[in-house]
Design a binder for this molecule. Structure first.
Ligand SMILES: Nc1ncnc2c1ncn2[C@@H]1O[C@H](COP(=O)(O)OP(=O)(O)OP(=O)(O)O)[C@@H](O)[C@H]1O
Ligand SMILES: [Mg+2]
Length: 347
């Protein structure tokens, strides 16, 4: 549609058995006058990523969180500061080697070159979250088709990234089985009449379950359809919530939950999420951008729009705009942007 001949692509990966951990690296500042250089920063990143991970996993992203120069903590950008010891805390995201390789293979066989790849949820974070949400602490959930990815931010830093292997396809599968209709009919019914919160649906409202083969179409209370959808959505959120509780992260999400991804289009999914997480919930979609057709300002396009932005920033096609340059909270210095975080990655 754009008329552009596309040869290389930037991938928005999802699921890939994503796991994360936080660690740090340390180096001595050796240059003249003990002034921290770009090389020192590169060295401390190297030191931080020198961790052993199991053979079947690979590092997808190494995101610098903040730096410590000698005893001064919480520094955003240590370049040109003076010190003896430079430390960097990083958020490392890993994925399964085979999942990532299969995705690369698919794209290559389709005749494209993989230019860069990003975990899709980083794209979502780039275009959906506000600076205040990231700062105060929030849980971003990308409810997709086969997986639900999620990420926690606190004090503008990524804290935890993970995924659960369930999403909209499971909801469609449940509808198909429970109503004995083909998957494509179940998918249509879900999109046209599904909802994730039964109390919000009029008890008198009915929907038509399409017939197929010798079976006639039948009328069904919409609430019955919702009673199939809601438990699965609750189950997905409960899995995410359990992961939060287990890791002691629940208190961090002061700004609440932001839902995005195609399944965030399910009506009343925010109410369902609120009942599980007990915090405010909003639906997030790509921010207004010049040139972005209104059709793509839907939660289903968050990852793709965000990844396009991150890649445009990486290649210098557009200027970085991820965050304020004036942020000084807790003595942090310099600007902040998501791009700055994920400059060091392995792909
Ligand atoms: N209007 C809608 N109502 C309910 N569900 C919808 C709607 N539109 C799309 N979906 C669901 O969203 C899901 C796809 O979401 P999305 O495009 O975010 O997934 P994906 O990124 O391709 O997959 P994944 O993240 O799992 O790899 C499908 O299950 C689809 O049924
Ligand atoms: Mg997705």
């Amino acid at each position: 549609m754009s008329g552009v001949d596309i040869r290389a692509v930037s991938l928005a990966l999802s699921g890939a058995n994503v796991e994360s951990f936080n660690t740090n690296g340390q180096v001595a500042v050796t240059g003249r006058g003990r002034e921290i250089t770009q090389e020192d920063i590169a060295r401390v990143h190297e030191a931080a990523r020198a961790v052993s991970i199991s053979m079947d996993r690979e590092i997808l992203h190494v995101i610098p969180r903040s730096y410590t120069v000698d005893d001064q903590k919480g520094i955003r950008n240590p370049l040109h500061m003076t010190g003896v010891r430079l430390e960097c805390g990083v958020h490392i995201i890993t994925g399964s080697v085979s999942t990532v390789q299969n995705m690369f293979k698919c794209v290559t066989r389709a005749g494209y070159r993989v230019e860069q790849s990003y975990l899709g949820i980083l794209g979502c974070a780039r275009t959906v979250l506000t600076e205040d949400e990231r700062d105060l602490g929030c849980l971003l959930i990308d409810v997709g088709g086969g997986t639900t990815d999620f990420m926690i931010f606190s004090e503008s830093e990524p804290v935890f990234t993970s995924a659960v292997p369930a999403g909209g396809s499971q909801i469609t599968g449940d509808i198909s089985i429970m109503l004995s209709i083909p998957v494509d009919a179940a998918e249509r019914l879900k999109k046209e009449s599904g909802a994730a919160w039964s109390d919000a649906v009029d008890p008198d409202e009915t929907v038509i379950v399409p017939g197929f083969g010798a079976r006639e179409p039948v009328e069904l209370e919409r609430r019955k359809l919702v009673s199939i959808v809601q438990p699965r959505v609750e189950e997905i959120f409960e899995m995410v919530n359990e992961r939060l509780m287990k890791n002691g992260l629940k208190d961090l999400i002061k700004a609440g939950v932001v839902l995005t991804g195609g399944s965030a289009l399910l009506p009343h999914i925010d109410e369902c999420a609120r009942s599980i997480f007990g915090v405010p919930v909003r639906i997030g979609a790509p921010a207004a951008l010049s040139g972005l057709d209104v059709e793509y300002r839907s939660p289903a396009f968050s990852a793709v729009v965000g990844v396009a932005l991150l890649e445009a920033e990486r290649t210098g096609a557009i200027a970085e705009s991820g965050g304020s340059r004036k942020k000084t909270r807790k003595g942090r210095q310099g600007g902040f942007s998501l791009m700055q975080w994920i400059k060091d990655r392995f792909f």
